[in-house]
Design a protein around this ligand. Sequence first.
Ligand SMILES: [Zn+2]
Length: 402
Amino acid sequence: MKYAYSVFLGFFTVALGATASAELTLQSDYPGGNIIVEKRTPASVALRQDYHTSSRWWFYWNFEATAAPGEIVTFNFTDGKVIGTRGPAVSLDRGLTWRWLGSGTVDTEKRLTSFRYTFPKGGEPVRFAFAPPYQVSHLDRFLDTVSGNPVLRVDQLCQSKAQRDVPRIRISTPDTTPQHRIFITARHHACESMAGYVLEGIVAALLDDSEDGTWLRDHAELMAIPFVDVDGVEQGEQGKYRSPRDHGRDYAGEAIYNSTRAIRETVPPWADGRLHLALDLHCPHIRGNYNEFIYQVGQEDPAIWKEQQRFATLLAAVPDKALPYAASNDLPFGQAWNSGKNYTQGIPMARWAADIPGVRLATTIEIPYANVGDVTVTTEKARAFGATLVTAMRHYLESLDE
Ligand SMILES: [Zn+2]
């Protein structure tokens, strides 16, 4: 998974007595990094994503490159169409903030497998990824900005197999028994980074002094697990289709992962009949139908599907949504990929949560990586969509009291 390699592209001028800074360096030895470099020429690199921990092809990659100031390098991917509708994501601050490079950096035919980049004049390292990553360090930074808030508690759900803490976020007003409980998860599939930004936006909105935040803190308690597959997230693994089964299918039979086992053991007693809303955040495939709009994955149980449709109406009605959403895009059970065939390895969190006594709405929401229709998904918009979801959650829980 980790890769470090460097080569001299240019020359050094003996007459000047110094080396020209013409070295192209590629590496992925940092949290989330993932690349295999196959071949290079002075102005191009052939490379591919590493998905050896999974049973199927996927499109997760993330690497850092440093080149001579102003150097133009073409990156050619050799294993499938791994560049999304807005081109690669680029970071000039070592992964802290990201923007889309755009899809116009190579000719049309190759733009799903290749991009060209002009390195900055300052010679600083540049990170590239198929979508803006959201690592544990991103969550830590966010939590630093809200620490000290008396309703917020952050502890550990458990330790992962690689001895990482699996963080758990709780928001509850001290010394009160909430009317409602809310359980939210993300990153059952490690690569689904935009879900991380949405979850951060949900937590921020719940702590906010807004009408929705205040109502929810007065009436509800949140438990959220932002990285169900924290090892995959930090080790730069896609996590989707992880062998022998992925975290998103580990809710039937005996759990094989520490985090899913801990969720299955601790959430039902915590629920205590008041867990009314369970939400699992995901990102879909890289592009194409069902991958360029936001939608709920319909459950087989008609009573739960009916609640999903009620939630859909409330979500669609939120004014000034950060990203567009239409209830008609939701995917009923039995259609497209959402059939029994997709769940032969096991069942996902939302399907499991639907059976916890008291649960009314148990749903999965898919948030695209790069675009929702014509709207580009940025990290800011993904965060803001978290606030949109919070408004809809408030209206949903209020409707249960009516
Ligand atoms: Zn997923």
